[in-house]
Design a protein around this ligand. Sequence first.
Ligand SMILES: Cc1cc2nc3c(=O)[nH]c(=O)nc-3n(C[C@H](O)[C@H](O)[C@H](O)COP(=O)(O)OP(=O)(O)OC[C@H]3O[C@@H](n4cnc5c(N)ncnc54)[C@H](O)[C@@H]3O)c2cc1C
Length: 408
Amino acid sequence: MSKIVVVGGGAAGLELVTRLGSQLQGSRDHEVILVEPSSHHYWKPRLHEIAAGTFDNELNAVSYFQHAVCSGYRYVQASMTGLDRSGKILHLRGIDGQATELDYDYLVMAVGASSNDFNTPGVSEHCLFMDSPHQAQQAWQHINPLLRANEPRRVVIVGAGATGVELAAELAKVSQRLGRYSQAAHLQIILIEAAQRILPAGPVRLSEQARRALIRQGVDVRVRTRIQRAEAGCLFTANGERIGSDLQFWAAGIKGDDWLTELDGLETNHLNQLKVSATLQTWQDPDIFVIGDSAECPQPDGSFVPPRAQAANQAACHLATQFKRRLKGRKLQPFVFHDGGMVIAIGHNNAVGALANNKLILKGRLIRTLYDAIFRLHQQVLFGWGRVTALILLKRLKDILNPHYKGL
Ligand SMILES: Cc1cc2nc3c(=O)[nH]c(=O)nc-3n(C[C@H](O)[C@H](O)[C@H](O)COP(=O)(O)OP(=O)(O)OC[C@H]3O[C@@H](n4cnc5c(N)ncnc54)[C@H](O)[C@@H]3O)c2cc1C
């Protein structure tokens, strides 16, 4: 029997085990196992909604236990801590803190990445991060009292990539909507970016549309501003300016966790991403694959697959097909990322998007619907269209019956 172990149940890993589970269901020759420390899956591009109190846990969180039973894979609730390649053994730490081991025939690493503080002094101690559902829930614990403070409060967000822009816009929208309640404070939001423009990985016109939409929502957008140091309640720019805040977020860059550099000789790059060939196999070991944000995967034009949800989903889909070939002894095909564009949410009912090879820059409610559709496509892979349709209907109903903001 061959055992395929997938480590990390995020955008890439959970889609992969779902696809493999359904492909291999009923097979006595293969077993699919997911190793993941959390009990529930949250789609990472929606973490800013957890922080802003607008996320619906009941409808959008996926229990790994339940999903595994329905989808034909085994779920092990644990964190990977190490690897023995010669023995094909994973070292794990269970939720009770106990060390255990798990053997594999094929291993897929899909452990994602976190924000990169670029070793900026004080950032890890004095800033909040948005890299996991737990951190987003912690952020909500801090934001909720600010929204009830009855006087202006300031939130500073460093990094204007997708995470920073979506968080700034969502908080601005919540603050605006709560304006109708007398006890609600006004949030002043400052978004800081070191590059020349916000969303530096996207086309210039998209950045401009997003910047205008944020300014319309009252966000103070500051570009070409590099943060040099963080202290409790303030940030210092490279020009020596002190920016005081009630809450400060760090949402700049990405980096893999340090333990990835100590995986029995597997090579990593300067961002701690594991280096793989175009077939998603590590250069040192063809039985170990890496997908999603934790991979550095080359593309035909010499670039690398970007760390985006869309790329994670495509890699999961590609690898599921490649396992079919591999298990039949056939040659693996390279993974080529097809960029379907970039869509960024700007508050609850607005979004900006760059489509058709960046030729089409769009904004508004229709693009927001497209943004929501990307999440629904992820859910469709996990549950099928029947359940997704039910979830859409339930959401509509709850939107009518309940306030959007969970703090009310
Ligand atoms: C707030 C926010 C907004 C975003 N918005 C967008 C957007 O609009 N568009 C876009 O394309 N991208 C967006 N992204 C980026 C996108 O979410 C990631 O590119 C994508 O989730 C990467 O998928 P992944 O599977 O590689 O990692 P993740 O989705 O991060 O999953 C990694 C999984 O690995 C698990 N894990 C970690 N360590 C271990 C371990 N030691 N052992 C076992 N499991 C482990 C984690 O618990 C997690 O479940 C956003 C990200 C954030 C945070």
